[in-house]
Design a protein around this ligand. Structure first.
Ligand SMILES: [Zn+2]
Length: 77
């Protein structure tokens, strides 16, 4: 589970990008932290780069990795 210390630096969002499960290798639409919905493993990804591949980690159940956006970084333009 991701950790943070100062909640006043985080804003809640209802954007649908937080609801979509992404396959390994999918080109990340956002920079931020992604969490595997099956095991809770977390990674950091940069916008425009592929999410980690299927061999990033294995599930004993055999379920495929599915990445879901957990925290999205907001860059100033
Ligand atoms: Zn996993």
């Amino acid at each position: 589970m991701a950790l943070y210390k100062y909640g006043n630096n985080l804003d809640q969002s209802t954007h649908t990008n937080f609801d979509t499960e992404r396959a390994p290798g999918f080109i990340s639409p956002d920079s931020g932290i992604y969490r595997c919905v099956h095991c809770g493993d977390e990674i950091a990804a940069n916008k425009g780069n592929p999410l980690p591949p299927q061999n990033h980690h294995q599930h004993s159940s055999g379920q495929p990795i599915r990445w879901k956006l957990l925290v999205c970084t907001v860059q100033k333009a």
